[in-house]
Design a protein around this ligand. Structure first.
Ligand code: DQA
Length: 160
């Protein structure tokens, strides 16, 4: 936990999510990643979180960021790994090192799209899963993570 009892929430985005605003708006909405991060940050701050954001298109960098969260600390994580969700066991292994509650969020309804998107190799590591609700899904994830932490379920992975 950061100084003063503020809870640190990591908002981690993977491949191609820096292109929000240019990707198919029917699936991903028309807001940019910066706009998404601003909305989520504003909401999370109202729930007592300090937000740290990160995005990369490089799998190794994403893994190293997860290591930093695992070692450096944090109280909750929202992760949208993009297409890595569906096949990256390396990201799954790194996420397994993260001791705080994790929310897996997808803008689009992955369960209703192509067959290959229905698999998430991180699903069982997530205490919270939200998809198909656009940016509102992130706000819901913030609320559910805040509730988990308030209920004391965030300390030792028993929210998983
Ligand atoms: C996504 C869904 C993934 O299947 C896709 O590869 C993405 C975005 C989403 O937020 O809906 O890049 O994670």
């Amino acid at each position: 936990m950061a100084d003063g009892g503020v809870k640190v929430l990591w908002l981690l985005h993977g491949a191609n999510l820096d292109m929000l605003g240019r990707r198919d708006p029917a699936l991903y909405g028309s807001e940019t990643l910066t706009q998404l991060e601003r909305r989520v940050t504003r909401h999370a701050e109202s729930r007592g979180f300090e937000v740290r954001t990160f995005q990369t298109n490089f799998e190794g960098e994403f893994i190293e960021q997860l290591h930093e969260v695992a070692v450096g600390g944090g109280d909750a994580v929202i992760v949208n790994p993009g297409a890595w969700t569906h096949y990256s066991y390396a990201i799954r292994d790194a996420l397994e090192l993260v001791p705080c509650p994790v929310a897996e969020v997808h803008l689009s309804a992955i369960a209703e799209r192509e067959e290959w998107r229905r698999t998430s190799v991180i699903a069982d590591l997530a205490a919270v899963r939200v998809f198909g609700k656009g940016i509102d899904g992130y706000l819901e994830a913030v609320d559910r993570l805040a509730e988990l932490l308030a209920a004391g379920q965030g300390d030792d992975n028993d929210g998983r």
